[in-house]
Design a protein around this ligand. Structure first.
Ligand code: CA
Ligand code: CA
Length: 111
């Protein structure tokens, strides 16, 4: 019985060892102080995209997941008038089933 239990634990631990992440995949190097990267399926195509905000550039952008294999589009600007962003959340504020963007700046703005 002890051997059986040990075998199960060993197999479970072996599974955890095999469940490792792959190498880092760069989505963009064309950012200036990217502060956030939030996974979300922006275009509802079943592939998780990335929403990001750049502190010093004052931009909120998203990168379209092209194929689910780590290939993303160049940035697609959502808003480029957001200086000094300090916090961002995606949340369905109006209840239409699509997440909205809620952000805060260090200029005492919430939008
Ligand atoms: Ca998508
Ligand atoms: Ca919404």
């Amino acid at each position: 019985m002890k051997f059986f239990l040990f075998s199960i634990l060993f197999l479970f631990n072996s599974y955890l060892i095999l469940a490792q992440f792959g190498p880092q995949q760069i989505i963009s190097i064309d950012t200036n102080y990217a502060k956030f990267a939030i996974p979300y399926d922006v275009d509802n195509d079943g592939l998780i995209d990335v929403v990001s905000a750049m502190f010093s550039e004052g931009k909120i952008v998203w990168y379209k997941n092209q194929d689910g294999a780590g290939n993303f589009s160049s940035e697609i600007i959502i808003n480029n008038d957001v200086l000094a962003i300090e916090g961002i959340e995606l949340f369905d504020i109006n209840g239409d089933g699509k997440k909205d963007i809620l952000f805060k700046t260090n200029l005492n703005e919430i939008a």
